[in-house]
Design a protein around this ligand. Structure first.
Ligand SMILES: C[S@@+](CC[C@H](N)C(=O)[O-])C[C@H]1O[C@@H](n2cnc3c(N)ncnc32)[C@H](O)[C@@H]1O
Length: 259
């Protein structure tokens, strides 16, 4: 996958590519990136920003240098490379979206600054807008890198063990089970016995129960509306292990259908 970042802060992007699995994937040519700086397209004493028509606080990224930077990015990719604008007004990033975008061979990320970018760029040059969440940060570079990293983790060869993806949070509409590493015992507590048992079937069941229980308690917004009878039983057990009375459990689970 090749990514082109339209940004006035290339150093933010370059530092991201200099470490960890991303740097390794770059060395192995699984991923590749370029940066196009809109500053390059300013003429004479032009500025990158200007005040919004109609008044209001702050400045806006002017359309001309951005348009030229996007056109230049298109020349660095094939003509059908998707152009993504990072914006709090965009569709919220999900694991599903990241997986879909991983099928693209090239992507262009437009990193806004100031109070955002001139609407005419969005209307004519942007294929989609993505938000990293319902909060506002100062520029599009960190959101672009978050989106890019969530995408490329789904590309074969980027992660050491591709199975990590299967087990990870959101891969099956559930968040991940709790994980422990050595030592077995320390001042903070003991590793659950089942994980030391070597019984892989039991471990798998325990992990599923924890994933179901954690998602049910912590992320009702993504919890499935329907469960297999085995999973329903595991969730009941999870709540019972926590000390919930059976009436309370029945009440909590009354809106979940059993398949
Ligand atoms: C200060 S923000 C502009 C916010 C804009 N005035 C608004 O209220 O929607 C500047 C830039 O940061 C980026 N940005 C900020 N929050 C973001 C988010 N939640 N998701 C994606 N990009 C974001 C965008 O590129 C945006 O153009």
């Amino acid at each position: 996958m090749k990514a082109v970042f339209v940004t006035i802060f290339p150093e933010l992007i370059e530092s991201f590519f200099s470490v960890g699995v991303i740097n390794r994937a770059l060395d192995e040519s699984i991923i590749n990136f370029e940066v196009v700086n809109p500053i390059k397209f300013l003429k004479n004493n032009e500025r990158l920003d200007d005040a919004p028509y109609g008044g209001g606080p702050g400045m806006l990224f002017r359309s001309e240098p951005l348009e030229e930077a996007i056109n230049e990015s298109k020349k660095l990719t094939s003509s059908n490379a998707k152009v993504i604008n990072l914006s709090p007004q965009g569709k919220k990033l999900t694991q599903e979206k990241a997986k879909k975008l991983a099928l693209d061979k090239e992507l262009i990320f437009v990193c806004g600054r100031y109070e955002g970018i001139d609407q005419r760029i969005i209307d004519s040059k942007i294929d989609e807008e993505i938000s990293i969440g319902d909060y506002v940060v100062t520029g599009g570079e960190l959101p672009a890198l978050i989106v890019f990293e969530s995408i490329v983790r789904n590309i074969e060869g980027v992660l050491g063990d591709i199975n990590s993806l299967e087990e990870e949070s959101f891969s099956h509409q559930l968040i991940e089970y709790p994980q422990y590493t050595r030592p077995e015992k320390n001042n903070l507590g003991n590793v659950p016995e089942v994980l030391l048992s070597g019984d892989h079937k039991k471990i798998k069941t325990w992990r599923k129960k924890q994933s179901l229980g954690k998602t049910f308690l912590l992320r009702k917004d993504i919890f499935p509306k329907e469960l297999s009878s085995d999973d329903f039983k595991l969730l009941k057990e999870f709540l019972s292990d926590l000390g919930y009375e059976s009436d309370r459990i029945a009440d909590l689970l009354k809106n979940i259908n059993k398949k």
